[in-house]
Write a protein that binds this ligand. Structure first.
Ligand SMILES: O=C(O)[C@]1(O)C[C@H](CCCOc2ccccc2)[C@@H](O)[C@H](O)C1
Length: 146
C-alpha cells in the first residue's frame, strides 16, 4: 500500500490579507504563518502539504481538479465562497478524497448569512472558531484517520 499523498491546503478570497485587517476577528497571523503551521503539523506525522490561495473562484476550482490523483485530502477555508459557491462545492466532491472545511472565526456567532455553508454538506468535517489552530486540528484529524 503506497504512502498517502500530500494534503492540499486551500485558502479562498481575501485570505491573502490575513494579519493586515480585523485582527479582532481573524487574529494577527499572516497567510504565510498559516501555511507554515500546516507544514509543521503535517511533518510531525511524516506527511507533506501543498498550499494554494486565490481570490478567484475559477483558479481554486482548477487547483482542485489538479489535486485528483495527487493530493490525498483537502483542507479548505473557502472564505466568502463558503456562502455562495455551488461550483466550488461541486468541484470538491471527489471520491476517496476527504474534505475538511476550516473557518478562523466562529461563523455561527457572526452575521446570519455566514452561518450557511454550501461546502459543509459535502465536507467530512468542519472546524470553526478555533483561530488558525483550526487548520492544525484539520490536519491532525486527517493524518490520524488516514
Ligand atoms: O472565519 C473565516 O475563516 C472565514 O472563512 C473568513 C472569510 C473572510 C476572509 C477574508 O479575511 C480577511 C482577513 C483579513 C483582512 C481581510 C479579509 C469570511 O467571509 C467567512 O465568513 C469566514
Amino acid at each position: 500500500m503506497s504512502a498517502p499523498g500530500p494534503i492540499l491546503v486551500l485558502n479562498g478570497p481575501n485570505l491573502n490579507m490575513l494579519g493586515t485587517r480585523q485582527p479582532e476577528v481573524y487574529g494577527s497571523a499572516t497567510l504565510d504563518d498559516v501555511v507554515e503551521l500546516c507544514r509543521q503539523t503535517a511533518h510531525r506525522y511524516g506527511r507533506e502539504i501543498a498550499a494554494f490561495q486565490s481570490n478567484s473562484e475559477g483558479a481554486l476550482i482548477d487547483r482542485i481538479h489538479r489535486a485528483c490523483g495527487v493530493e490525498s485530502a483537502i483542507v479548505i477555508n473557502p472564505a466568502g465562497l463558503t456562502h455562495t459557491s455551488v461550483a466550488l462545492r461541486d468541484a470538491l466532491v471527489i471520491p476517496e478524497v476527504p474534505i475538511v472545511e476550516v473557518h478562523i472565526s466562529n461563523v455561527h456567532a457572526r452575521e446570519e448569512f455566514r452561518a450557511h455553508s454550501y461546502i459543509s454538506p459535502i465536507a467530512t468535517a468542519v472546524v470553526t472558531g478555533m483561530g488558525i489552530q483550526g487548520y492544525a486540528a484539520a490536519i491532525e484529524f486527517l493524518v490520524r484517520s488516514a
